[in-house]
Write a protein that binds this ligand. Sequence first.
Ligand SMILES: Cc1cc2nc3c(=O)[nH]c(=O)nc-3n(C[C@H](O)[C@H](O)[C@H](O)COP(=O)(O)OP(=O)(O)OC[C@H]3O[C@@H](n4cnc5c(N)ncnc54)[C@H](O)[C@@H]3O)c2cc1C
Length: 488
Amino acid sequence: MATAVVVGSGPNGLAAGLTLAAAGVEVRILEMADRLGGGTRSSELTLPGLIHDECSAAHPLALDTPFSRQFDLTAHGLTWRWPEVQYSHPLDGGGGAAAWRSVEATAEALGGKDGKRWQSIFGTLTNRFDKIASEIVQPVLHGPTHPIAMGIFGAFSGMPVSVLARAWSTDEGKALFAGVAAHAFRPFGAPMSSAVGVTLGTAAHRYGWPVAEGGSSAISGAMIRLLEQHGASFETGVEVTSLDEVSGADIVMLDVAPSAAARIAGDKMPRRVARAYNKYRHGPGSFKVEFAVQDGVPWTHEPTRLAGTVHVGGGLAEIAAAEKATSRGQMPDHPYVLVCQQSVADPTRANGDVHPLYAYAHVPSGFTGDATAQIEAQIERFAPGFRDRILGRHVRSAVQMAEHNVNYLGGDVVTGANDPRQMVFRPRMTLSPYSAGIPGVYICSAATPPGAGAHGMCGYNAANAALKHLGVETAASTRAEGEPVHGW
Ligand SMILES: Cc1cc2nc3c(=O)[nH]c(=O)nc-3n(C[C@H](O)[C@H](O)[C@H](O)COP(=O)(O)OP(=O)(O)OC[C@H]3O[C@@H](n4cnc5c(N)ncnc54)[C@H](O)[C@@H]3O)c2cc1C
C-alpha cells in the first residue's frame, strides 16, 4: 500500500489527504496547531456559547466542484445555510446596494441603467458559470473545454476594477461591484484586479454565499470524519521542519506557503524551484475583530440587515484609495472592512439575542498597529448605535494572524498576492504547479491553483497529480456536475 504524509490540515491538506485515502493510499496528517482545520476553525472567542469563524465564513466556491462532487460533505455533517441577501453595501445617508441570489432581483433593486448593466454583465456570466467554474478550478494553463464562456469571463476579469466599474453610473452600482472586487486585496487600477470580484459576484447569483451551519469547522469536521472512515491518522502539535522527518512516505503533501515549502525541503529542492518559492509574493494583511453583539447590528440600510456578508468602506473612490494605500504599505484612516453576520444565514449561531459578528480590515502587510477603533468606526458609520450593543470582543492583529496560522505571512489571509503573474502562474512558472520539484513531493496550499478559499480544490488537484505519479486511479464522483446539493 502506498503511503502519504500531509503536512498541515487546512481544507486543502484535508482534501488532499481525503483524495489520496479514498484511492487506497495510507494517509497520515501532521498539524502544528493544537487543532485540525487550518482556516476552517471555529471557536468560542468572545462569550461562552457563541461560535466565531476564525477565518473562512462564506463559501460561494465550495458547492459545486470536482472535490465536492467526489466527496459529499453534506452527507457527513455539513449543512449549508444561505442568507436572504448574499452580500450588501451600505452607503452614507442610509442608502446602499445589495446582491440577492437572483440577478433579476439585484438588477431591479439597482434600477435604471445600472440595473440593466448588472443584468447584462452578471446575467451573462451566471448563465455560463457552471462552465466557467469547471475551468477556473484548474490551473490556468490548460486546454479550455468551454472557450466561449471563458472568453467572456476573461474579457471582464482582465479589466482593472476602475475600468469595469465604469459600467455603472450610480454610487450604488459602483459600490456594489467595488465591495466584492476588494476581496482581491488589489489596487483597483491594476490589470486583472476585477477577476476575483467577477468570480465571487457571479458565484453569488449561481450558488449564493452560504455559511456552514454551526461554524466553518463543520467543513473540516466532515472531511475529518470521511478521512477516519478511510483509515487516515492525525497528529496535532507537530511542526514539520524538514523532509527528513517524513522520509519513508511515498508522497508528501505540503499544505504550506511556498517559502515554508522551500525551508522544509532544504537542499533536496532544486535551486530554481526554491528560488521561485522564495520570490513568491504575499499581499496586504488583515486585522480581525470578533464581536458579540446584543440584538445584531442596527444597519440603517434595511437589506443589509438580511445580508450574510457586508462590505463596509463607503463608495468606490474611498475603497479604491484604501486598497491602494494598504498595497503600498500605508494604513488608511478609513479601511475597507469585510463584515460577516453568520447568524443571519444560520440562526443556530446566535445565543439567544446575542449574535457573533466578524469584521476584518485590510491593512498593510505585517501591520503592527491596532485597527479596532477604525473597524468599529466604519461599522458605526452605517449602523449608529452599534458600539452600544457590543458585549464582547476578540482581536487578532495582522501579526497575530500570522502566528495563528503560519501560512498567513504578514497577515496575508489569502496566501499570496493576486497579481496577474500569480493569478496565472502560482506558486511558480511551470506546467506542474503542484510539483515541489522533488519526485513525490507536492505543494497543495492556497498558494497553488485555484487559490484562496475553503473549497479544497488545491488539495484535490495536487492529490490527483500525486495519484498519477503513483499510477493509481482516482475514485469516482458521487454527484453529477451541476446536480444540486441539499438546500442549494
Ligand atoms: C480572516 C479570514 C477570512 C477568510 N474568509 C474566507 C471566506 O469567507 N471564504 C473562504 O472560502 N475562504 C476564506 N478565507 C481563506 C481560507 O480560509 C483559506 O484560503 C484556506 O483556509 C486555505 O486553506 P489551506 O488548506 O491552503 O491552508 P490553511 O487553512 O491556511 O491551513 C494550513 C495548515 O497547515 C498548518 N501548517 C503550516 N505549516 C506547517 C508545518 N510546517 N507543520 C505542520 N503544520 C503546518 C497550519 O497550522 C494550518 O493549520 C479566509 C481566511 C481568513 C484568515
